[in-house]
Design a protein. Structure first.
Length: 143
C-alpha cells in the first residue's frame, strides 16, 4: 500500500467511525437503545481498523482486532488500559444486545456506550494526527 493509499484508507475509516458515532447519538436521542449500543461499538471498531492499518495489520474477526489493539497499542503504552476496557465492554454489550435472547435494554448502558465511543474515537484521531496523518474532519455538528 502506498502512503497515498494509506491516507485514503485512514480518512475513509475515520469518516466511517465519525458517521457511525453520529448515528449512535441520533438513536440514543430517539431511545433506540439496541441500535445505539450497536452503532457505538462500530464507531470504535472502525476507528480501530484505521489504527491497525497504520501498522499494516488486519484480521477477519472482531476478537482478533481487539487482541491486536492490546498487543500493539496498549501493552506498548501508546494507549491506556482504560481504552481497551471500554472497547471490550462495547464489544460485549453489542454481542449481548444483538444476539442475546430476552435482553432487557438499559439506557445507562447505551449512554455509557456512546460516551466511551466518543472518547475512543477522539483518542484514535488524536494519535493518528500526532504521528503525521492529516485526517480530514468529518463533522456532523454534534461532535
Amino acid at each position: 500500500m502506498t502512503p497515498e493509499q494509506l491516507e485514503t484508507l485512514l480518512e475513509y475509516r475515520i469518516n466511517q467511525s465519525q458517521e457511525t458515532l453520529q448515528e449512535a447519538k441520533i438513536l440514543l436521542r430517539e431511545s433506540s437503545l439496541r441500535g445505539t449500543i450497536n452503532r457505538a461499538y462500530y464507531a470504535m471498531f472502525y476507528a480501530l481498523l484505521a489504527l491497525l492499518a497504520t501498522k499494516r495489520l488486519g484480521t477477519s474477526k472482531h476478537s482478533g482486532a481487539l487482541a491486536l489493539f492490546d498487543r500493539e497499542f496498549v501493552k506498548t503504552g501508546l494507549f491506556p488500559h482504560e481504552l481497551s476496557r471500554s472497547l471490550r465492554s462495547a464489544f460485549n454489550h453489542r454481542q449481548t444486545h444483538d444476539y442475546g435472547e430476552m435482553v432487557v435494554l438499559n439506557r445507562q448502558i447505551a449512554e455509557e456506550s456512546v460516551a466511551n465511543a466518543e472518547t475512543f474515537v477522539t483518542a484514535i484521531e488524536s494519535y493518528l494526527r500526532s504521528i503525521g496523518h492529516l485526517i480530514s474532519s468529518y463533522d456532523y455538528g454534534n461532535r
